[in-house]
Design a protein around this ligand. Structure first.
Ligand SMILES: [Zn+2]
Length: 244
């Protein structure tokens, strides 16, 4: 079996057997990987403290049929406060779960890895609710699900506001095509969403947003995710419990 080295971020960590850990990693070179760390829950094991949720690590792995085996693990950045601050943790876990859901195993996605690494860093410093919202829309864009904001998704005409929004179809709908009972889509929301999609994580500009616009954009995200993933993310319940 081949041994290989990679950088990765820990998306999920579970106890396994009597003393082992089962982890889901997002690696820079190979995308999502499931791996086992034998003996990692024994106090004297060198990997005991390093395989933690959010950690950015350098790994040596042995390739297996279904599961790879972690041979060595060195922490590059621990992102410790993400595990200590409940609000940061809730929004952080949401981003990890989203990445885990959006990409299949062993599909190399360097841009996703790089974005995830930047997002985890910014999550420790900025309003985690806003960071998670921007990160989630950008992850959707990288997965090929960018929402259409300035065109009607049904007839293709340029969108004039106020308009409607169809999560299933993937964006704004003009009033000619839209039905009165469909969700409203205001110009402020389209501008805000556009800003989130283009957010530069290396140099985030300060900007303010009205509470209503923020809440509407979150609500659309939740609907949008439900249409794309066809299931409710567990981490959204966690956010509701701890972050409000
Ligand atoms: Zn239309």
């Amino acid at each position: 079996m081949a041994q290989y080295q990679t950088e990765a971020i820990l998306l999920a960590v579970r106890d396994w057997g009597d003393s082992d850990k089962l982890v889901t990693l997002f690696s820079r070179e190979h995308g999502k990987i499931n791996a086992v760390a034998y003996g990692a829950r024994r106090p004297k094991n060198r990997m005991a403290g390093s395989l933690q949720l959010f950690s950015y690590v350098e790994l040596v792995l042995l390739q297996g049929n279904k599961l790879d085996t972690i041979r060595q693990c060195d922490v590059k950045t621990s992102f410790r406060t993400l595990r200590e601050d409940l609000s940061q943790m809730a929004y952080g876990v949401f981003i990890l779960e989203l990445v885990d859901e959006l990409w299949p195993d062993r599909q190399p996605e360097t841009a996703v890895f790089d974005l995830l690494l930047l997002v985890l860093g910014v999550l420790q410093k900025r309003n985690p609710r806003l960071v998670a919202l921007a990160a989630a829309w950008q992850m959707l864009k990288l997965a090929g699900f960018q929402p259409v904001l300035h065109q009607c998704v049904r007839c293709g005409c340029p969108l004039h506001f106020p308009a409607k929004f169809d999560s299933e179809a993937g964006g704004g709908v003009c009033l000619v095509c839209g039905k009165p009972n469909e969700v409203d889509f205001a110009e402020e929301e389209a501008d805000f969403l556009q800003k989130l999609l283009l957010l530069n994580w290396d140099a985030i500009e300060l900007f303010t947003v009205k509470g209503k616009v923020m809440m509407e954009t979150e609500r659309k995200l939740i609907d949008y995710l439900l249409c794309r993933l066809e299931r409710h993310l567990r981490s959204l319940d966690f956010i509701r419990k701890v972050a409000y």
